[in-house]
Design a protein around this ligand. Structure first.
Ligand SMILES: [Zn+2]
Length: 382
């Protein structure tokens, strides 16, 4: 497959890219031929498939729950279970794997090709996107039973531990960070999710922190100070689930950019090269020999390259490729994709724009609505 006439995000380079099986094989300003499928774009940007470093795939049918500013996650958790019993039960009665499948589609529709799932290991095997689980998920210091023992489990020392940490603006949230690092007896690689209460000094004990600014703002009216934490730990980006934010990662990114905590370039790297390095993935970069996890999107002419990247939304996506496979494409590409087997795809509409997505999303939505007709989806089925 050759992708012609695309501008690499963050640069002014107009290139053609050849994908061979699951890899990026060639990038050149000159025209390329290999006799296979050619797709030619106009005013389009290409970027590595996004890496969403924090989500709970099974929690994305919830609406945001919470109605005040909380001091920390334990206060929110308690309030949630006291106040929203019925809302929670109405979602949890939908079978777990159906909820997870929607979580995968939610990410794919936005151009996420790798998602780090927090929670029990799903072990789903091949999927539409990479569901990364090669880490030890610990919920948090206050909600994970026997976390000290699990953290120091001699059989799991080689796995990085991802844990919600410092999710609050009070003593409990800042104190638990020191408690965690004090108990990291074997200096295991720690990846802290949220880190709202974290200081620059505390960040030294973490390999990376995962910034979920929209979720933090929703719960705590406060976000992690990534402008100072980035000096001592890599910053990765996460959406968390729709329990605490929008389904659309592009909305999270627009919010993050507006905070001006990170410049455009480091913010962009929280979605690709930083997480690829931390999770040890062969993606996150448009370079020869990297996995062909690629997204092409429409851009408006005249914008600077980062302006055009951060103004993207799901409706603008033209093509999502995961490991060399076309997972989603805009209907305007149909004339160039005459040979594609449309039986593998279903047609959906998102903000007035029609896309073909691999798999039976309409069937899944119908099954979920069979359990709970009240659930709202951001896409309609055509
Ligand atoms: Zn979370």
């Amino acid at each position: 497959m050759i992708l012609n006439n695309v501008k690499v995000a963050g640069t002014d380079e107009q290139v053609n890219i050849r994908v061979d099986k699951n890899m990026i094989a060639q990038i050149s300003p000159l025209s390329l031929t290999d006799g296979s499928l050619q797709l030619t774009f106009v005013n389009a940007v290409i970027f590595p498939g996004l890496i969403n470093s924090h989500d709970h795939l099974d929690f994305n049918l919830f609406s945001p729950l919470g109605n005040k500013t909380y001091s920390n996650y334990t206060e929110w958790g308690k309030h949630l279970h006291e106040t929203y019993k019925e809302e929670i039960a109405a979602i949890l009665k939908i079978p777990f794997l159906m909820r997870v499948q929607w979580g995968i589609f939610k990410n794919l529709i936005c151009g996420v090709t790798t998602v780090v799932n927090h929670g029990e290991r799903l072990g789903l095997g091949n999927n539409l996107i990479t569901v990364f689980e090669q880490c030890q998920s610990l919920h948090s210091v206050h909600f994970e039973k026997q976390w000290r023992f699990k953290l120091n489990n001699p059989f799991k020392l080689n796995l990085p531990a991802t844990i919600h940490i410092g999710e609050g603006s009070d003593e409990l949230a800042s104190g638990e960070i020191d408690e965690l690092t004090r108990w990291n007896l074997f200096n295991k690689k720690l990846i802290g999710i949220h880190a709202v209460a974290m200081s620059q000094y505390q960040a030294k004990k973490f390999k990376a922190i995962i910034w979920c600014p929209e979720s933090n703002y929703f719960l705590l009216n406060k976000i992690a100070p990534v402008n100072i934490l980035e000096k001592n730990a890599a910053v990765l980006f996460g959406t968390d689930s729709t329990l605490t934010g929008n389904w659309d990662i592009w909305q999270h990114l627009k919010f993050a950019r507006a905070t001006k905590m990170l410049d455009d370039r480091p913010l962009y790297h929280t979605l690709n090269q930083n997480p690829a390095a931390i999770w040890q993935l062969n993606c996150g970069e448009i370079a020869r020999g990297k996995d062909a996890d690629l997204v092409v999107a429409n851009t408006k002419p005249g914008k600077t390259s980062y302006d055009s990247f951060f103004s993207i939304g799901p409706a603008d996506l033209l093509l999502v490729v995961h490991k060399g496979n076309i997972r989603l494409f805009d209907e305007t590409l149909l004339t160039q994709l005459k040979a594609i087997d449309l039986n593998k795809y279903s047609k959906i509409c998102i903000n007035g724009s029609y896309k073909y997505i691999q798999g039976d999303l309409p069937g899944l939505i119908e099954k979920i609505k069979g359990y709970n007709p009240e659930v709202n989806f951001p896409v309609s089925t055509a």
